[in-house]
Design a protein around this ligand. Structure first.
Ligand code: NZQ
Ligand code: ZN
Length: 386
């Protein structure tokens, strides 16, 4: 096991009706900016619950943060934060609204002239404006981690940022919010959380028994809950398990002391930037070809995944590892997610070259758990996903 530090300061308030406790978590004299997305919260009652809970606070709101939070829109919010002397941010939404809020938390205290530099410089944010979240869509884990991914449509870029100053102070997780989520987004949430675990598990063995079993437990729970929550979003127990799995998949715990990969995400972000494909679906497109291309480096963990999660007892290491890759794709397809790039866009022919070029331009010359995947390897992986 590798050495590690672990500190996650986010307070989680989990359960039915807990949005009502919002006012206890925000200083009574704070000037609060409530941030939300395209309006789903106004149709499902979450907006009313938030406004009621904060009736004694001074609040202003900013709606319209799109999926894959867009830089230009966030700059409009930044102007309001500065003009109105806002000192607390509240994200009410899924990963996009929460990530957009993290960017604003950092940008509000940023002293440089161009806030986009926060993303290109890759310098961690050590201190941000305080913020909390009311999660409306289980998927990304953004509600309990310190990372964010921001899009600039103008240049078709999607870049990550983060740092110890960007953990939410609190996140309220009421599984009842799942009731109004459309099937497509439920499937996205399941696939995203599933891949988060894979990225921290399908590497190489390092004798980290508990981390492996945490990861396997989350995967098994997602597999169990997927058909339940896909069939009926009113199933509270299913929604609660789905929600907590998504948070636990990316709150930092399972990655401590173990190698992590994140190549699937790095490549997937390019597919969203280029074609607007939903984040989770980009992961389903890349996973099979990434694991097939890097089979030798990953086969021991893939075989362990086959045995412990997919209950495949027959065969040698190679056969079990291959069976695991197939089982992962079968899982994505079982929730209605296609796994080839050509399923999403007819104009995929130059994608691999374009992504290779972008990685070269950015100097991303070695990714994956060994830091050895070159832009040329990435090109082949993308070609294999056509
Ligand atoms: O915008 P509204 O109208 O609210 O509708 C949203 C949006 O259209 C809708 N929705 C959310 N909650 C709902 C609901 N509809 C009905 N009922 C509800 N309760 O769902 C749509 C998608 O929302 P979005 O926030 O974009 O989805 P998700 O949570 O999957 O977030 C995706 C973003 O997070 C990033 C992704 O790259 C992408 O930009 N990620 C963030 C990570 C992190 N910060 O740790 C890690 C992830 O790997 C990921 O990269
Ligand atoms: Zn993800």
């Amino acid at each position: 096991m590798k050495n590690f530090n672990f500190q996650n300061p986010t307070k989680i308030i989990f359960g039915k009706g807990e949005i009502a406790k919002l006012s206890d978590e925000i200083p009574s004299n704070a000037k609060v900016l409530i941030l939300y997305g395209g309006g789903s919260i106004k149709k499902n009652g979450i907006y009313e619950q938030v406004i009621k809970a904060l009736e004694k606070h001074h609040v202003i709101e900013f709606g319209g943060i799109p999926p894959n939070p867009e830089y230009k829109v966030l700059i409009e919010a930044l102007t309001i934060i500065k003009r109105e002397n806002i000192d607390f941010l509240l994200a009410v939404g899924g990963g996009s609204v929460i990530d957009g809020t993290k960017f604003l938390s950092s940008a509000a205290l940023y002293e440089g002239a161009e806030p986009w530099d926060i993303l290109t410089s890759r310098k961690p944010t050590l201190k941000g404006m305080p913020f909390g979240t009311v999660l409306t869509l289980p998927a990304t884990g953004s509600e309990m981690n310190s990372g964010a991914v921001i899009t600039k449509a103008e240049t078709q870029e999607k870049l990550g940022m983060g740092g110890p100053g960007l953990f939410p102070q609190f996140s309220i997780l009421d599984p009842q919010v799942v009731q109004s989520i459309p099937e497509r987004q439920i499937a996205n949430g399941l696939a995203d959380a599933f891949t988060h675990v894979l990225e921290q598990y399908v590497t190489y063995p390092i004798d980290a028994y508990i981390q492996d079993r945490f990861a396997e437990g989350i995967l098994q729970s997602l597999i169990e809950v997927a058909p339940q929550v896909m069939a009926n979003t009113n199933n509270y127990e299913a929604a609660a398990n789905f929600m907590w799995c998504c948070t636990m998949a990316l709150n930092g715990l399972i990655q401590k002391g173990v190698p992590t990969d994140w190549a699937i995400h790095a490549i997937g972000h390019e597919l969203t930037a280029l074609y607007g494909i939903d984040h989770a679906r980009t992961l389903a497109i890349i996973t099979e070809s990434h694991y097939t291309y890097n089979f030798e480096a990953k086969k021991e963990k893939l075989a362990q995944l086959a045995e412990r999660v997919f209950k495949i007892a027959k065969g040698n290491t190679d056969e079990k590892a291959k069976a695991a890759i197939k089982a992962i794709s079968d899982f994505f397809q079982s929730i209605g997610i296609d796994t080839k790039l050509s399923d999403y866009t007819p104009n995929y022919q130059n994608t691999a070259q374009e992504i290779e070029q972008r990685f070269n331009d950015r100097g991303w010359i070695g990714i994956g758990e060994h830091g050895k995947l070159t832009p040329s390897d990435v090109k082949t992986i993308v070609e294999m996903s056509y």
